[in-house]
Design a protein around this ligand. Structure first.
Ligand code: NAP
Length: 285
């Protein structure tokens, strides 16, 4: 049987998902296709029509990206615990006859962080400290993943209200997380006192993304934390300025290509029950 998957969002011009999923289909020996379905931000009818195709079984799985990761929530029958807690969906499929929303960004991030740090990070070592730049959509998934894994998180966003909203979001969910989120200003003077205790720095802003590849969230003049690893969600260019400078300072560092592959592989697994070999997906990029 041919399987039909796809991605909706807007714009989708530079998406790497078709390449990743084509490689997954090939590696798993499944005949199928992965198509792009651009749906403009205000086009609720377009989004509903696409979800109907999943319901009817014309589409066997759908990925969702900006700007529909949250607007899609009320159109689904049910959400997994992660999607409900994060408040965003990137993967849709039919499970037990119900249109189900999942979030694979969070476990995808954690899986690739583990590739960088090795097993035994976070909770298992007991309360390690992470600094996350940004408080937008991907920061939500990253913070959820870190909290689940036992990390203490400090958020630094250029708009402190946005960081406060994100911290409250998890506090309001009756999860034992609130006490583990702090907020700092995104400035050298505010971050300097944290340096000795930081184990991880995560960039969840677009700073450093092509065509603005000379940008970096790390404040000018501030030394890197002596024992932190650095994870940059940006994957274009595949070595960002933040990653390059962190490596030059002797730190472990990775950019977001591995997370992109992991979240795609986990979506593919939810749709097909097969776990594609990550190396084949990375090779396709
Ligand atoms: P988003 O929802 O728009 O959030 C971006 C965050 O960065 C917001 O807090 C935003 O603040 C902040 N920001 C934007 N420009 C900034 C600047 N010049 N200085 C300081 N802060 C700034 O975007 P997102 O979905 O979280 O994505 C963020 C980045 O992660 C993108 O580059 C995306 O490609 C990447 N990403 C990668 C993966 C992966 O699999 N590797 C997955 C998801 C996202 P304001 O609200 O004030 O603008």
């Amino acid at each position: 049987m041919m399987v039909h998957f796809g991605l909706t969002g807007f714009p989708l011009t530079y998406s790497l998902s078709p390449q990743i999923h084509a490689a997954a289909l090939k590696a798993c020996g499944l005949p199928g296709e992965y198509c792009l379905f651009p749906v403009a931000p205000q086009d609720g009818d377009g989004l509903r029509a696409l979800l109907e195709r999943v319901r009817r079984g014309d589409l066997h799985g759908l990925n969702v990206t900006i700007p529909h990761k949250q607007t899609v929530l009320p159109l689904l029958d049910t959400l997994t615990l992660a999607a409900r807690t994060i408040g965003a969906v990137n993967t849709i499929f039919i499970q037990n006859g119900r249109l189900t929303g999942e979030n694979t960004d969070a476990p995808g991030f954690l899986a690739d962080l583990q590739n960088l740090l090795g097993a035994g990070m976070g909770r298992r070592k007991g309360g390690e400290s992470a600094l996350v730049f940004g408080a937008g959509g991907s920061a939500r998934a990253v913070v959820y993943a870190l909290l689940q894994d036992g990390w203490k998180v400090t958020l630094a966003a250029r708009r402190p209200q946005q960081a406060q909203r994100l911290a409250r979001h998890y506090g309001d969910r009756n999860l034992p997380y609130e006490a583990r989120i702090a907020i700092a200003e995104h400035q050298a003077a505010s971050l300097a006192p944290l340096l000795p205790v930081l184990d991880l720095v995560v960039n969840a802003t677009p700073l450093g993304m092509s065509p603005y590849a000379d940008g970096s969230p790390w404040p000018a003049g501030l030394p890197f934390p002596p024992r932190a690893a650095v994870y940059d969600l940006v994957y274009h260019p595949c070595e960002t300025r933040l990653v390059r400078e962190a490596r030059a300072a002797g730190l472990l560092a990775a950019s977001g290509l591995g997370m992109l592959v992991e979240q795609a592989a986990l979506a593919f697994e939810a749709w097909t029950g097969q776990s594609p070999p990550r190396a084949a997906l990375l090779d396709a990029l």
